[in-house]
Design a binder for this molecule. Structure first.
Ligand code: N2P
Length: 357
C-alpha cells in the first residue's frame, strides 16, 4: 500500500514539475497559456501563406476555422463548444457582442502597428475608441454582372434585377441582412428598417424575384460567375473584385437606390485562451507589407493606409473598390437592431429561402 502511495505521489510531483516547465517556456516566448491560437474568420478571407509565416515567426500553432455569415459566427461563439482567440465579425455584430459582454478589451500597447490604419476607419460608432475591434477589411454590397452574357444590358439599380430577361441568372449571397436589405432598398426603405409592415413588404417583393434566382450561395459564387454559370451575383465588393481580376468582361455596380457599407474587424472573444497570442496575431496582420500581401490575395479593400504603397497602383486607384468618402457617405452601415429585430430578419430570410423550394 505504502509503495502504491509513493508511486502515486511521485507521478503527481513529476506532473507538477513538467507543467511548470511548460508554462515557463510559454511565458518566456511572451504567450500566456497554450501555444496554439484558434482563429475564426470568413471563408476565403486570408492568404494562408501568412498563417504559416506567423506560425514560423512566433512558434504559435494556428487552428483556423471559417464561417460564411455573421449570424453563423455568432451562433457558434454563443454555443461555446470551440473557444476562439481571434474572430472577424462585421460592425453590427461587434456592437451586439460588446453589449452582450462577449469581447475582451484590447491592449493597444501590444498593437503598435495600429498606426498603419487610415483614421477614416478608426473610432467608428460601433466601437468609438477601438477598444474591442481592429479594422481588417471593408467594402460595399453590390451587383457583379456580365454585360456580354446579357446582350449588353446595363444594370444600375436593385430594381433592374426584376427584369424578365434575367430569368435564372442571379446568384444571391447567403446572408439575411444582405438579402432582406436588398428587398428593403429596392423599395427605398432603410437597410436598418424595423417596421414590421416594411419588412413584410420587402419579403413579398423578394418572393417575386424567385424566377430570376439561380441559387443562394456562399463563396462558390465566384467560381459559378467565373465559369459563366450565371450572369449576375449579389455580393460583397471584394468577391466581385476577385472575379473581375480573372474576367474583364464583368462589371460591379453599387445600386442607385443605395446599399450597404460594411467594416470587418478583428476581435478577441471573452472565452479566448491565448490573449497574448491573439494580440500578436492582430498586430502581425496590421503590418504594412503583411496587409498588402493579404489584400492582393483576397482582393478586398484594406483600411491599412501604409499597405497601399506596397500594392499595385491599378488596385488602389480602382474607385469601384476604393470609393471616395463622398460615395460611401451615401451608403448605410448596418446597425445592431437588437435581438428581436435581428431574429425577425433571420426568420424572414428563412421563409424566403423556403418559398423558393
Ligand atoms: C469573404 C467574405 C467577406 C465578408 N469571403 C464581408 N463582410
Amino acid at each position: 500500500m505504502k509503495q502504491l502511495v509513493r508511486t502515486f505521489l511521485t507521478i503527481i510531483l513529476v506532473s507538477i514539475v513538467l507543467l511548470s516547465i511548460t508554462n515557463r517556456l510559454n511565458q518566456s516566448q511572451g504567450f500566456s497559456g497554450s501555444n496554439t491560437l484558434t482563429v475564426y474568420n470568413w471563408g476565403d478571407y486570408i492568404d494562408t501563406d501568412l498563417i504559416n509565416r506567423f506560425e514560423k515567426e512566433t512558434g504559435i500553432k494556428v487552428i483556423y476555422e471559417t464561417f460564411d455569415s455573421n449570424e453563423a459566427m455568432m451562433t457558434k461563439i454563443e454555443q461555446g463548444g470551440t473557444t476562439y482567440d481571434v474572430a472577424v465579425p462585421s460592425e453590427y455584430m461587434i456592437d451586439k457582442m460588446i453589449k452582450e459582454n462577449l469581447l475582451i478589451p484590447l491592449d493597444h500597447s501590444k498593437l503598435p502597428n495600429l498606426k498603419n490604419i487610415d483614421e477614416r476607419f478608426l473610432n467608428l460608432p460601433f466601437d468609438p475608441d477601438n477598444l474591442y475591434s481592429i479594422p481588417y477589411f471593408w467594402g460595399t454590397v453590390g451587383i457583379v454582372y456580365n454585360p456580354e452574357m446579357l446582350g449588353g444590358m446595363e444594370i444600375t439599380s436593385w430594381n433592374d434585377l426584376w427584369d424578365r430577361k434575367l430569368r435564372n441568372e442571379i446568384l444571391l449571397i447567403d446572408g439575411a441582412r444582405e438579402v432582406i436589405g436588398m428587398g428593403l432598398n429596392s423599395l427605398h426603405y432603410s437597410l436598418n428598417d424595423t417596421n414590421p409592415k416594411h419588412l413584410q413588404e420587402a419579403k413579398a417583393k423578394l418572393d417575386t424575384l424567385t424566377p430570376n434566382i439561380k441559387a443562394i450561395v456562399g463563396d462558390e459564387n465566384k467560381l459559378l460567375l467565373a465559369n459563366r454559370e450565371a450572369a449576375i451575383g449579389i455580393t460583397w465588393s471584394g468577391d466581385a473584385s476577385e472575379i473581375m481580376s480573372e474576367n474583364e468582361d464583368l462589371d460591379y455596380v453599387v445600386p442607385s437606390e443605395g446599399s450597404n457599407l460594411w467594416f470587418d474587424n478583428m476581435v478577441i472573444p471573452k472565452t479566448a485562451k491565448n490573449i497574448d497570442g491573439a494580440h500578436a496575431f492582430i498586430n502581425f496582420m496590421l503590418d504594412a507589407k503583411v496587409a498588402a500581401q493579404n489584400t492582393e490575395y483576397v482582393s478586398y479593400s484594406t483600411p491599412n493606409k501604409a499597405a497601399l504603397e506596397f500594392m499595385p497602383e491599378e488596385m488602389v486607384n480602382d474607385e469601384r473598390f476604393y470609393p471616395a468618402p463622398e460615395l460611401t457617405d451615401k451608403l448605410e452601415v448596418y446597425e445592431n437592431l437588437g435581438k428581436r429585430n435581428l431574429a425577425t430578419y433571420n426568420e424572414l430570410f428563412l421563409e424566403f429561402k423556403m418559398h423558393r423550394k
